[in-house]
Design a binder for this molecule. Structure first.
Ligand SMILES: Nc1ncnc2c1ncn2[C@@H]1O[C@H](COP(=O)(O)OP(=O)(O)OP(=O)(O)O)[C@@H](O)[C@H]1O
Ligand SMILES: [Mg+2]
Length: 362
């Protein structure tokens, strides 16, 4: 079994030039990136994660470490900007974003102002694996739910509309439960069940794709732990339908003033021989399991798109021993995607076919 050469006809989008201005610790920084693997090495606090964060912000409009993007403006400056020149299968494109202290954001695509972040996300699809991601198995169900929903948004573009409808409906039902409006509840619950089951099916179909790739990659990269499994929990007991669950639990829901079961309780359980792996795996083993989960996600996203996403791996090799880091790196090397890796261990990548950047503290 090999995942080495992707035979699909996906287009490879890559950043050729990345420019940061007043972003975190950088006054001005320019990077001429390779379409393959780029390794950012340097001591703690030198700005490695900030470079990945800038790329992630350009694509998704979000930071993976702060809920307040203005935290990324360099202290003493009024605004930051991130600019990227892309090669999209040979064609040149540019993307830019700027954020000022009042949190006003300006987005640009090929020098034109644009309103929607989705244009940038579609032009430069990016998957970031950051230190939070490595806690995939230890994190709360909410984390894994957001991870799967994010994947479904990418794979099925209409999913966001359904998701918004169900969330709105659920809020209304919770309001009715809180105020014990039983007559109205019946109608709205029937509507909720219909849409929630539809949403569950969408989630489950994407989960099945993830699970298939995960099992294959686990077998390839961690054969000793290949009995690690991802299990889908819809948010209610598998022995009852959602409708029966809600009927059975009506009294509890009324008491609680909220729905106790439903799509908002969905989770991906990660288990090995019946045990939750958060209870039995070592930190390194959990990190590798999480990495495989995200690399599987990358594969699923790429399979459902006409572009290969850019992959950002923050602190990729921390906590992995030499042979595991080597093993994972050998796999990553075979991916067609452009990759940015941050590391404190520059020696690990010496004599490898990568472009090295030594990030220095200013
Ligand atoms: N808004 C800001 N203005 C100025 N400096 C900042 C700002 N936000 C963060 N910094 C500083 O930027 C530096 C770079 O942080 P970053 O997390 O990118 O470093 P790193 O190279 O990834 O370090 P590590 O190896 O510890 O993960 C840090 O010294 C941090 O304190
Ligand atoms: Mg860092």
């Amino acid at each position: 079994m090999s995942f080495g050469c992707d035979a699909s006809s996906n287009l490879v989008v890559s950043i050729t030039t990345l420019k940061l201005s007043a972003f975190r610790c950088f006054e001005q920084a320019d990077f001429q990136l390779s379409p393959g693997i780029n390794v950012l090495s340097g001591p703690n606090g030198s700005g490695k994660t900030s470079v990945l964060e800038a790329v992630n912000f350009l694509s998704t409009g979000k930071s993976f470490r702060t809920a307040k993007p203005k935290n990324m403006i360099k202290k003493g400056s009024d605004a930051f900007s991130v600019f990227a020149q892309l090669s999209d299968n040979g064609q040149q494109q540019t993307l830019g974003c700027q954020l000022d202290k009042s949190s006003k954001k300006t987005l640009k695509h090929n020098q034109h102002n644009i309103k929607k972040q989705t244009v940038l996300a579609a032009t430069l699809p990016t998957l970031s694996i950051d230190p939070h991601s490595y806690l995939f198995c230890d994190n709360t169900p909410q984390y894994r739910r957001s991870f799967l929903d994010w994947m479904v948004f990418h794979v099925k573009h209409d999913y966001i509309l359904l998701w918004r409808q169900v969330v709105k409906l659920q809020k209304h039902i919770n309001h009715l439960l809180k105020h014990k409006k039983l007559d109205e509840l019946k109608v709205w619950l029937a509507q909720y069940v219909k849409l929630a089951e539809q949403l569950n099916e969408e989630r489950y179909s994407v989960f099945s794709m993830l699970q298939k790739v995960f099992n294959q990659l686990m077998y390839q990269l961690m054969p000793n732990l290949s009995d690690t499994q991802l299990n889908y929990q819809p948010g209610w007991s598998s022995e009852l339908s959602l409708s029966d669950t809600l009927l059975k639990d009506m009294e509890g829901n009324l008491q609680y003033g909220q729905l106790r079961n439903g799509i908002h309780r969905m989770d991906i359980q990660v288990k090995s021989s019946g045990h939750f792996i958060k209870d039995i795996y070592s930190r390194g083993q959990k990190k590798m399991t999480a990495l495989i989960c995200y690399l599987s996600c990358l594969k699923v996203m790429d399979n459902s798109s006409d572009h290969h996403s850019l992959l950002c791996l923050d602190d990729f090799d921390a906590e992995l021993d030499g042979s595991n880091a080597h093993f994972f790196f050998d796999y990553i090397k075979t991916l067609p995607n452009q990759i940015l890796i941050s590391t404190v261990d520059n020696q690990r990548y010496e004599n490898k076919e990568v472009k090295m950047f030594h990030v220095k503290q200013l």
